[in-house]
Design a protein around this ligand. Structure first.
Ligand code: FES
Ligand SMILES: [Fe+2]
Ligand SMILES: [Fe+2]
Length: 498
């Protein structure tokens, strides 16, 4: 049996995650760290917020660690130059000393921020966090020893300590990455659904009591999920924000009001009712916000869209449907709609697939037909990327996934082209490519093309016209063809499988 290398690291980390005996010391340490903050009162809270990165909008710990990582790596290189007896080696050594000291200062700051974040973790993450802290403290300890050794003129031992510290730091960084990418510590846990895009009644006005947070839900049809929202009436005004705390998903509707903010019951993040910004950590990231209005005794809410979000609001649709130039009116009258042009091209691609699949493996024409298919697929993706997708982006949320699928189709096409058309692997790849294209084309037809109708008939005919022009140009222009053929030949020949 061969063991995949990641399963070895997984097993090691699994052992740390399961180490319940770490919980006792962890509890003691967390309490010890919390005490001075509690003694210090408000200034203590300020320091803690700064260490989390609450006012900054992101955790600061991952940025502070770049200081020791960078300087200690530099020191390792400078040490090596000195050890190899480079000219002016002593100068390199002195520079290494400064780099190590700078890194040690950065490491202390990073540790303080990390400790603040770690206090608010639980269970397996808390155990991994403790291991991460112990490993990195060892690295810092080794560097401090190195500094002392260098001061006493024992440079060789100092360099060894630094090299060891670098390796230990590397292991610590691995654990840190595990905490973020696998354990999802420090990542935004709020619901970022774009729904509701238009005002939607959620609760009768009479039911919302001053100062009592109240949970309501809205439905997100794309996610197939209920999105919890918390309503708060404060000094007569009504506010709404996402009910899932961005820190770790705590229920804000079970929280309470303090100094004009809504407090999370889990770790005490306090959010500004007006802006959703955290006023107190550990959260570093603002809550999703909603506009509120009253209609016929009902509270209605509408999601405030975040900048850059591909949300589709009635305003977006109206604007996208508005044609740029009224003088183009005549050209709009001719031709087919964009979705019709693309659907027809999808059908062409499907026919090509079926023909290649039906051919005998050793049919000499199989390879040529495969190249024709490759060429048409390229053209299809090109005209969509250039014309259709940018135009439908404001009215359809499918566009970003569609772009991603094009990339995957291109990867799969490249892999298929490299295989000899008579091989069994070719048939396997061709089938996978066929299914990928089918999935992609079908989801365009059943969702994106439907949503594209919001652009209006006239705009769609204009786009259809532009698509047909570009399709024609791609097929007939000598330059375009030569370029495409060269690309397909390169894809097929370079790294060819035999
Ligand atoms: S979940 Fe941690 S503060 Fe809300
Ligand atoms: Fe597409
Ligand atoms: Fe398509």
């Amino acid at each position: 049996m061969t063991l995949h290398h990641s399963s070895i690291t997984d097993a090691a980390i699994g052992r740390i995650e399961a180490a319940e005996w770490l919980d006792g010391p962890a509890f003691t340490l967390a309490n010890a760290v919390a005490l001075p903050q509690r003694l210090a009162g408000t200034p203590g809270k300020r320091v803690r917020n700064a260490l989390h990165g609450t006012w900054f909008g992101h955790p600061v710990h991952p940025m502070l660690v770049t200081v020791p990582i960078g300087t200690w790596t530099l020191a390792l290189g400078l040490d090596t130059l000195e050890a190899l007896g480079a000219k002016n080696g002593r100068d390199y050594g002195r520079a290494a000393d400064i780099a190590i000291q700078t890194g040690a200062a950065g490491a202390v700051a990073a540790a303080a921020a990390g400790l603040a974040d770690w206090q608010q973790t639980h269970g397996r993450s808390r155990r991994v966090g403790l291991a991460h802290a112990l490993v990195n403290s060892t690295a810092l300890g080794l560097q401090l020893a190195s500094i002392a050794l260098r001061r006493r003129g024992r440079r060789r031992e100092g360099r060894l300590a630094t090299a060891a510290a670098w390796g230990v730091m590397f292991a610590g960084a691995y654990l840190g990455g595990h905490l973020v990418y696998r354990r999802r510590q420090g990542v935004d846990q709020a619901d970022r659904s774009v729904e509701p895009r238009d005002f939607e009644p959620v609760l009768s006005n009479a039911e919302l009591i001053e100062g009592r947070p109240r949970r309501v839900e809205v439905w997100d049809a794309v996610e197939q999920a209920k999105i919890p929202v918390v309503l708060v009436r404060y000094r007569g005004r009504i506010f709404a924000m996402g009910a899932r705390c961005s820190h770790m998903g705590g229920p804000l509707d079970e929280g309470w009001l303090l100094k004009g903010g809504l407090v999370c019951p889990w770790h005490g993040s306090r959010y500004d009712l007006e802006t959703g910004q955290p006023l107190d950590g550990p959260s570093t990231c603002s809550q999703p916000r909603y506009d509120v209005r009253l209609r016929a005794g009902m509270i209605e809410i509408k999601r405030q869209q975040e900048p850059g979000a591909e949300a589709v609001t009635p305003d977006d649709i109206e604007q996208a449907a508005r044609t740029k130039d009224a003088a183009e009116e005549n050209s709009a009258a001719l031709g087919r709609k964009a979705d019709e042009v693309l659907f027809e091209h999808h059908e062409l691609l499907r026919r090509l697939f079926r023909r290649i699949e039906d051919m005998q493996p050793d049919d000499p024409q199989r390879r040529d037909l495969m190249r024709t298919l490759a060429s048409e697929l390229e053209i299809h993706e090109h005209i969509e990327d250039e014309i259709f997708y940018p135009a439908v982006r404001p009215v359809s949320e499918d566009v970003s996934i569609a772009y991603a699928e094009h990339q995957q189709l291109a990867d799969l096409l490249a892999a298929t082209l490299k295989l000899p058309t008579s091989s069994p692997e070719f048939d396997e790849y061709l089938r996978a490519l066929h299914e990928a294209v089918d999935h992609h084309a079908s989801s365009e037809e059943s969702s994106m093309f439907i949503e594209a109708q919001r652009l209006g008939e006239r705009r769609l005919r204009e786009l259809g016209h532009a698509l047909e022009l570009m399709l024609e140009e791609q097929r007939t222009s000598r330059f375009q063809r030569a370029f495409r053929e060269l690309k397909i030949s390169l894809l097929a020949e370079v790294g060819r499988e035999t």
